[in-house]
Design a protein around this ligand. Structure first.
Ligand SMILES: [Ca+2]
Ligand SMILES: [Ca+2]
Ligand SMILES: [Ca+2]
Ligand SMILES: [Ca+2]
Length: 294
C-alpha cells in the first residue's frame, strides 16, 4: 500500500500550532492539529513528506556527565519538546543501589536527530544508567511527519564518561593570618582557591581540629573570624583547619590552612589579687606589676 504524507506550514505559526498530515493509501487519512485560528490571508504551504514510519532509536542512548542523549534515525520535530516529567533516568553507582536522577526543569532539548536531557548532577564513569520515556499527551518526541517515537522502559544507556579528574588545590598547605584581638566577621586572608579541569562545580567545606573558632563561607571560600571569639596570641598563636573541595563526581582534594595569630603589643592587665595601693597610671605610662611566682 502506497502512502503519501503532506505537511502544512501556515504563516509564522509554529508547526506545533498548525499541522496537517494527509495520508493517501487505502482511501484518505487526514490528521490535523489546529490549535490556533489562523484567520484569512495567511500564506500556507503544503509539502510532501516521504516519511511513512515512526522514528527509531539509532543505537543505545548515551550519557556523558549531566547529559543523557537519545539519537534517532531521522530528523525530529524541534517544535515539540516533551516535559522533563516524561523521562525517568536511574543511576546505579558501582557497588550501590539504584537511585532516580532528577532532570533540570528545562532539561529536555530536541535538535536534528537528537533528544538531549540535562541532569542536575553528573553521572560518574562507573555508574550504570537507564532511561525510560513515557509518551506524553502533549509535545511527544516526533519526527517531521508527526509520528511519535515509541516509549522506552528502563532502556540501557551507554556511559561515555571519561574518567573524572579530581579537583586540585594548587598548594598542599596554605598560610593565612590575622592580628590578635581581630574583630568578628573579618576576612582571614585571601579566599582559598581550587580548580577542576572537568569544570565541575566544587563544594567546599572546612574541617579539622580548629574549625570551632572560625566561620567559612562555602560559596566565596573565605575564612572569617567568628562572633564571640577572642584571638589571643599569647594563648594560641596558630590554628590549623582543612578546606576540602568535592567535585560531586567522587573526587576531592584538601588543603591544610595554618592560621597565624600575630602578636600585638598590648597593655597587660593587672594581675588578680595584686598589691593594693599602687598608684594608677594613665595610658602610655609604664606600669609596674609583680610577676606571678613560679
Ligand atoms: Ca519517520
Ligand atoms: Ca572533576
Ligand atoms: Ca593577647
Ligand atoms: Ca600580644
Amino acid at each position: 500500500m502506497d502512502s503519501f504524507h503532506y505537511r502544512l506550514d501556515v504563516g509564522g505559526y509554529k508547526s506545533s500550532e498548525v499541522r496537517w498530515t494527509w495520508t493517501t493509501g487505502n482511501g484518505f487519512t487526514l490528521r490535523s492539529w489546529m490549535a490556533a485560528d489562523v484567520g484569512s490571508g495567511v500564506t500556507a504551504s503544503l509539502r510532501a513528506v516521504s516519511d511513512t514510519s515512526a522514528p527509531v532509536l539509532d543505537g543505545n542512548p548515551t550519557v556523558n556527565r549531566t547529559v543523557p542523549k537519545l539519537t534517532y534515525d531521522e530528523d525530529m520535530d524541534m517544535s515539540t519538546v516533551p516535559a522533563a516529567s516524561a523521562f525517568t533516568v536511574k543511576v546505579t553507582p558501582s557497588g550501590s543501589t539504584e537511585e532516580p536522577r532528577t532532570l533540570a526543569s528545562n532539561g529536555v532539548a530536541v535538535s536534528s536527530k537528537a533528544v538531549t536531557l540535562t541532569l542536575f548532577s553528573a553521572v560518574t564513569a562507573s555508574d550504570t544508567v537507564t532511561v525510560s520515556y513515557a509518551v506524553p499527551t502533549s509535545n511527544p518526541i516526533q519526527d517531521l511527519a508527526g509520528y511519535d517515537a515509541a516509549a522506552l522502559t528502563t532502556r540501557s544507556v551507554d556511559n561515555n564518561n571519561a574518567a573524572n579528574s579530581p579537583p586540585v588545590f594548587s598548594n598542599v598547605t596554605l598560610t593565612r593570618g590575622i592580628a590578635e584581638n581581630t574583630a568578628a566577621t573579618t576576612n582571614v586572608g585571601a579566599v582559598i582557591p581550587a580548580t577542576d579541569t572537568d569544570g565541575d562545580t566544587l563544594t567546599y567545606t572546612m574541617e579539622g581540629t580548629d574549625v570551632a573558632p572560625f566561620d567559612f563561607n562555602a560559596t566565596t571560600r573565605q575564612i572569617t573570624t567568628k562572633n564571640g571569639i577572642t584571638y589571643d596570641h599569647e594563648a594560641k598563636s596558630s590554628f590549623s583547619v582543612t578546606i576540602k573541595a568535592d567535585d560531586g563526581n567522587g573526587s576531592t582534594d584538601t588543603v591544610i590552612v595554618t592560621i597565624c595569630v600575630a602578636d600585638l603589643a598590648e597593655p597587660s592587665a593587672a594581675p588578680a589579687g595584686g598589691p593594693r595601693g599602687l598608684p594608677r597610671h594613665g595610658p602610655g605610662l609604664r606600669r609596674q606589676h609583680r610577676l606571678p611566682r613560679r
